[in-house]
Design a protein around this ligand. Structure first.
Ligand code: SF4
Length: 225
C-alpha cells in the first residue's frame, strides 16, 4: 500500500470515528478566526473562546483593532498569555489589513504570511477553514501522528506540510488535520498512545515498529512546538 492509498484508508476510518471534527475556536467571520488563531498560540482554544466574545464586541472590525489602545487591548486578552506581543501583532496585523486589504482577510499564503504575527500554520487555518482550499495545518498532533503513521519522515512543519499535500486529497486536507487533532486527544497521545484500541493500528508504522513509537513519544521540544 502506498502513502496515498494509506491516507484513503485512514480517511474511511477517521470519517466514522470523528465525523464532527472541525475548528474548536469560536468565530463568525474570517477576521475573528484570524484573531482567535493568533490568541491560541501557547493557549488552549477553550480559554480563547472565553475571551473572544467581549473582545469582538469591543473591536468588531479590522479598523477597530488597528486603532485600538494597546493597553486596553492587553486587558481584554491578558488571560491568553504573551498578551503584550499578541496585542502588538494584532494591532499591526489589522493596520495592514485595513490599509492594504480594505479590511478583508486575504486568501493566499503569500498575502496572509505578509501580515505581522501570521505564520504558515495560521495562514493554513484561514485558507482551509474559511476559503475551503487545500491546506495542511501542522500542529503538534499532526506532526507526531503523521510521523507515527509513516506518512512523513520529517519533523520540520513546512516539510511535513508539503509531504502531506502530495498524498492527501485536496478536498479532505483541512478535515484530515482536524481529525488528527481529535485522534491525538482521544487515542494517539504523545506519551501513552492507546495503540491497543486504535482503529488505524493496522495502517500505522509505529504500531508494527515499536522503535518508531519511542522516537515520536513527544519530548518536551515537541510539546512546545
Ligand atoms: S496505532 Fe498507536 S501510534 Fe499508531 S495511530 Fe494508533 S494510537 Fe497512534
Amino acid at each position: 500500500m502506498n502513502k496515498k492509498e494509506k491516507v484513503l484508508a485512514i480517511r474511511e476510518i477517521f470519517n466514522e470515528l470523528y465525523p464532527e471534527a472541525g475548528c474548536s475556536l469560536d468565530y463568525t467571520n474570517p477576521l475573528h478566526l484570524l484573531i482567535a488563531t493568533q490568541l491560541a498560540a501557547q493557549c488552549t482554544d477553550a480559554r480563547v473562546n472565553l475571551v473572544t466574545p467581549a473582545l469582538f464586541a469591543r473591536y468588531p472590525t479590522a479598523r477597530d483593532f488597528a486603532n485600538a489602545d494597546i493597553l486596553e487591548l492587553q486587558e481584554y486578552i491578558r488571560s491568553t498569555g504573551f498578551f503584550r506581543n499578541k496585542s502588538k501583532n494584532i494591532i499591526a496585523c489589522c493596520q495592514m489589513l485595513d490599509e492594504k486589504f480594505g479590511g478583508k482577510v486575504p486568501d493566499t499564503m503569500e498575502e496572509l504570511t505578509s501580515l505581522p504575527g501570521v505564520g504558515r500554520k495560521t495562514a493554513n487555518i484561514i485558507i482551509g477553514d474559511i476559503y475551503h482550499k487545500p491546506a495542511i495545518v501542522v500542529d503538534t498532533h499532526a506532526k507526531r501522528i503523521t510521523n507515527r503513521l509513516g506518512l512523513t519522515v520529517n519533523t520540520d512543519p513546512t516539510k511535513i506540510e508539503f509531504d502531506l499535500l502530495k498524498i492527501v486529497p485536496p478536498d479532505y486536507s483541512a478535515t484530515f488535520c482536524h481529525q488528527l487533532v481529535y485522534h491525538g486527544r482521544a487515542l494517539c497521545k504523545a506519551q501513552r498512545p492507546a495503540c491497543g484500541e486504535c482503529p488505524v493500528a493496522h495502517l500505522c508504522d509505529a504500531f508494527t515498529k515499536p522503535a518508531l513509537l519511542t522516537r515520536y513519544q513527544g519530548k518536551k521540544k515537541e510539546a512546545s512546538y
